[in-house]
Design a protein around this ligand. Structure first.
Ligand code: SAM
Length: 409
């Protein structure tokens, strides 16, 4: 029979990447020991909007296939007593982020019109004005448009170097010149048949060949906000587009580098790091963030530090001794946010087999729903030997661990 046990660490493969439930108010030792190791730190903290964000999470095969039904879940709170309290929080975030960087590293802070001016002054003090690199304007079209002033349609991303030895290679983010052709220039073709735009200034001709890339400046208008139906969407509030993070990271990191995000939300920076072959360390104070990140990132090389729930909700997987199969089933959790008629199968988002020992779950196999694979494998043949322990994640992101106890029927 399966008995519920508490797990603090879950380890997949080598466990080099880190995902941790923790707060900047009390930096966990696992983050502190990464001091001086990150090549890039990206922080996208709450913007002081005063909002209490919620998130939608699809469940079951139908939900993952069609985008509905979904659960309505709490997200994170963007509320601070006053501006002073917010600035204390922000100072902590920036200082902790800076301390993680190595001398070649680059720091990125993502905010909007509310607090970006104060943040710039703070960063100038913490890094030194001479280490300021950029104020990126990410301009987008989304939401309503005010008529009382010009619509506020951009976020600000501040970039600072950790030291004068910082690494940055703009040629890693080429854009096709076609999109950036300057209309007032003369169009010509050279002796080799290559077309170009040209302008003459001070008696000198400047040529811009169509087949040569251009590089982005500090105003980005070509990356859209995530649309409601974008397959990249996780349901986590304020999720940023992967394309934005890839453009930020590419000039700064190389494969194998460490990327850190201390308020990682849905894990966009971590997913971008993964795509670029980097290692990552992500922290967030919101338990939902950890579940969402896990659904998004590869499980091959990850350590997750987050306690499992111990509220005794029934196991969502059970062993059928007669058939020699471990299958999804058991009893569905009850009460909000779970719909009354939802079955255990529908509410299971991921289940994992492995070994649970001394608070550590060493995972062997992970089965999880995704947009690409909405159906979850529903049973495993167990051919003798030791029964695996289980880690089950439900659609609300609650994780519960179960240990097989052979002495019980
Ligand atoms: C704007 S969201 C990050 C969104 C993320 N960049 C993405 O693309 O999904 C801000 C995050 O900061 C987290 N947060 C708020 N207070 C925190 C704290 N004290 N320590 C760590 N994370 C915190 C929230 O839980 C939230 O996930």
């Amino acid at each position: 029979m399966y008995e519920q046990v508490q797990i603090h660490h879950t380890v997949y493969g080598g466990g080099e990447n880190l995902l941790i439930l923790g707060s900047i108010q009390k930096l966990p030792p696992e983050i502190r020991q990464l001091r001086g190791q990150a090549q890039c730190v990206y922080l996208d903290p709450p913007f002081m909007t005063g909002e209490r964000f919620r998130r939608k999470r699809v469940y079951g095969e139908k939900g993952w296939r069609r985008g509905s039904p979904s659960l309505d879940l709490p997200g994170f709170e963007d509320r601070f007593a006053d501006e002073k309290a917010y600035l204390r929080f922000l100072r902590r975030m920036i200082t902790a982020g800076r301390d993680l960087l190595k001398p070649e590293g680059v720091f990125c802070l993502h905010l909007d019109w509310r607090m970006s001016a104060q943040a710039r002054i703070l960063c100038d003090k913490i890094f030194g004005k001479d280490l300021f690199l950029n104020e990126i304007i990410w301009s987008y079209e989304s939401g309503g448009r005010s008529r009382k002033c010009f619509p506020r349609k951009h976020d600000t991303i501040l970039l600072y170097a950790r030291s004068g030895e910082y690494r940055f290679d703009l040629t890693q983010v080429p854009l096709p010149r076609g999109e950036h052709r300057k209309n007032h220039m003369a169009r010509k073709v050279d002796e080799n048949g290559r077309s170009y735009s040209s302008i003459t200034a001070g008696g000198k001709e400047y040529r811009y060949y169509d087949d040569e890339p251009v590089y982005p400046g500090d105003v980005w208008t070509d990356i859209g906000f995530l649309q409601q139906k974008d397959p990249e969407r996780t349901g986590y509030p304020t999720q940023k587009p992967l394309k934005l993070l890839e453009r930020l990271l590419r000039p700064v990191v190389q494969p194998g580098d460490l990327v850190a995000d201390l308020c990682c939300g849905s894990g966009t920076a971590l997913a971008a790091a993964e795509r670029l072959g980097c290692r990552y360390a992500g922290m967030d104070a919101c338990p939902e963030s950890i579940a969402v990140c896990q659904g998004r990132l590869k499980a091959e090389n990850l350590t997750v530090i987050a306690p499992t729930e111990m509220d005794g909700v029934p196991v969502l997987a059970e062993y059928d001794a007669e058939a020699g199969r471990l299958r999804m089933g058991g009893k569905a959790p009850e009460g909000a946010p779970y719909p009354e008629k939802a079955t255990p199968e529908e509410l299971t988002e991921a289940w994992e087999t492995g070994r649970a020992e001394a608070g550590v779950f060493t995972a062997e196999k992970r089965y999880a729903r995704s947009f690409r694979y909405p159906a979850l494998i529903d049973s495993l043949g167990i051919s003798g030997g030791k029964m695996p322990d289980l880690l089950v994640t439900d659609a609300a992101g609650k994780r519960r661990a179960y240990r097989w106890s052979p002495d019980r029927p």
